[in-house]
Write a protein that binds this ligand. Structure first.
Ligand code: SF4
Length: 321
């Protein structure tokens, strides 16, 4: 009943999305699923269009350089996704597996993404459980635990409808995005309302049960702005592994746990696991750093993370005052 109601609703109300085709294209499914990790559909759509315009097929993407992929990814955040995309493309070109067990062995594909790709692109029987699905199911069954991945997977597996596995995965995602939203879910429009426990208890926003908030630590660094007479800025490439790996930056000192005295402009940026306070100051000796000189008008051709864009924006605004 659960899946029938959901699919009937989905057949009528699903959005038209650029990666949602009547005959699924595994490249589109994979690309969109990687982009959609941590990001909303509205943000992803222009990036998805840009990628498939630049690299219409998986073969094309497999031949792309990491720098080009990072530049196209700029602004989407969580850049390890772009690096994994670049790593996985040549492997997937050789053989695009169809089961979650095999897909999960590829860079950037976790259990959720593997199940989503297998079901959507290949109509394989798989329960794809992400934050959206956890929200819908933990409300529907009023599951009282925090982070109930196992409970939700167990509850979902018997509901998977024979032959329509891909539609089922997408219908749950769609319901989570359009109706069973985090705040103020539209229960009156929901096809599952009649049997939804949280709705019956009038406790919809109490599910999923939240874990206590963890206070993020703060780390500190100093960033050096070096400018040539013609206005060019010194940038260097970050090591390929680790946070913001392979992206460009103005030189910074190691990111440390203890604060230090400010010498310049303070900028604060928040990553998933910590805040970073950056003391942006003028640098004096370019020979201390290995880097390249980039004119401000050419900055958009380099992969710059949001943090660096913030630093450069503040710096360029100051220098124009
Ligand atoms: S009835 Fe409300 S809380 Fe329950 S699944 Fe539907 S939208 Fe979510």
């Amino acid at each position: 009943m659960f899946s029938e109601k959901l699919l009937t609703w989905f057949d009528k109300h699903q959005r038209s999305l650029p990666w949602r085709l009547s005959s699924p294209n595994p490249y589109y499914t994979w690309l969109s699923e990687i982009m959609l990790q941590q990001t909303t559909v509205a943000t992803v759509i222009p990036y998805f269009h840009a990628f498939i315009t630049k690299w219409p097929t998986l073969q094309d993407l497999a031949l792309a350089s990491l720098d080009d992929v990072l530049v196209a990814w700029q602004g989407l955040g969580y850049y390890s996704r772009a690096r994994n995309l670049h790593k996985a493309a040549p492997l997937l070109v050789k053989r695009f597996p169809v089961t979650p067990a095999e897909l999960v062995k590829f860079p950037g594909i976790g259990p959720y993404t593997a199940a989503a790709i297998a079901s959507i692109a290949f109509n394989q029987k798989a329960a794809a459980v992400d934050g959206n699905v956890i929200r819908v199911l933990s409300r529907y069954f009023a599951i009282p635990t925090t982070n109930p991945i196992t409970e939700v997977t167990n509850a979902l597996t018997p509901c998977l409808p024979e032959g329509r596995y891909g539609d089922f995965t997408q219908s749950l995602m769609e319901l989570g995005a359009l109706i069973c939203r985090p705040k103020a879910p539209a229960c009156s429009l929901c096809p599952l309302q009649q049997d939804c426990k949280a709705h019956a208890l009038q406790m919809v926003e109490d599910f999923p049960v939240k874990s206590p908030k963890i206070k993020l630590p703060t780390r500190y660094t100093r960033a050096f702005i070096l400018r040539r007479e013609d206005g060019a800025l010194l940038l260097r490439k970050r090591p390929s592994k680790g946070l913001l790996g392979g992206m460009m930056e103005v030189p910074t000192t190691p990111w440390e746990d203890s604060p230090f005295e400010s010498r310049g402009e303070r900028i604060r940026h928040t990553f998933t696991h910590f805040h970073l306070e950056v003391d942006v100051c003028p640098g004096s000796d370019p020979s201390e750093f290995q880097g390249i000189w980039v004119h401000p008008k050419d900055l958009h051709t380099y992969p710059l993370p949001t943090l660096m864009k913030k630093i450069l924006k503040a710096t360029l605004a100051l220098s124009e005052k």
